[in-house]
Design a protein around this ligand. Sequence first.
Ligand SMILES: [Zn+2]
Length: 437
Amino acid sequence: MKKEFVISIMVFICFMVAFIFSVKITETQNNIYIRQNYIQAAEMRENNKLAIDAPSEKALEYQQKKVNIWLSGIVLSMLVPALFLFTRLSVVLRNWAQSKSRFAIIVLILYFSVYYLINAIISLPLDYYSGFVLKHAYGLSNQSIVKWVQDLLKGLILTIAAGSVFICIPYILIKRSPKYWWLHMGILLIPVIFFVTLITPVYIDPIFNKYQNLQDKKLEEKIYQLVDKTYMKDVKLFQVNKSEDTKEMNAYMTGVLNTKRIVLWDTTVKNLTEGETLSVVAHEMGHYLMGHVWKAIIFGGIVSIFIFYLVNKSALWILDKSGGIFGFNKLQDIAAVPLIILLLTVYTFAASPFINYYARYTEREADRFELELTRDNEASMSSMIKLHEKSLILPRPGLVYELWNYDHPTFEERVNFADKYRPWEKNESIKYGKYIK
Ligand SMILES: [Zn+2]
């Protein structure tokens, strides 16, 4: 192992420790801000019904636990591949897989399946705590342990199946074009993400929950009236029985081409008034009309090219400087899979604030469209308040947590925007008039 390599590992560890501290400090500051500011909010609420209520101690506590889980998850996601490399477990696993087959692709699939399974077992306690124990402890879950285990197993089988096929792509590309595989990989990823987005709503999502037409026909009619006010064509509407899993509410737009659809969680339909549901649908229509799914696919491909480029550069540097400590010295060696996974994790972590920044921009524009279409600021505000408060989401989190986790503007920002954005009252022009008849 060369000196530069040891130093860079130490610098990275120091950076991660500093990062964890910065998360903790900004969360503490944020708690102080919330405790001071939202007492006044409670008083304001007496005059104005639509204000964010002071978050409960339970919500503040829940945020702290979510932060700790997130940080533990980051550490674990980097520690597992690092352990595979430094203990040479990766080489042991590769040798075992090679003893089972002569075909490189089969060896790779065997290697990946076992690797992923070990990773899933190590992550299981944290997944169980965050996905089941905590959600129940805070009254956010309706899920039975049987359904949780079923979903976990289905997810595991799907990931191993899809991952095994997918992992062959970089492997073949690295072998064929060791210098430019990262570029080919990024470009190839665009049709791959496109295909996954195309089939997911029809073939993957129904594996986990039941999708059906909106049950409330009166609401459905109102939604189609709203759709008729825009230039939107062939909109498909679905409701999903999320109430068997959760008490939280949500809605989303998904799919491309003929699988494009707006999906409402049944919890949303049950808990929101008609006006509030229409606001939520209008937001999703904004994503639909502005082609945000398409844009996210292309944006994802471009970001991937950068990430794969950095992965390639760093992997070659590490292989050069590590002096064979991992028991292999070529990137096309199957034992190098954890190295690629580790670097992908590190660079995706580094890119998260940029990806989220873009996502928050699209969400803000969907909120803007929602208001321009419905012009019902009160319904937008009250739906947002209900959606967030029911999920124990704080008006805002600490800054570092926000940069890394928030793909929507904060609850506070969204409610303020819904309150203040009223250009039609001042005879100003609206931004998305081109989508509205
Ligand atoms: Zn959205």
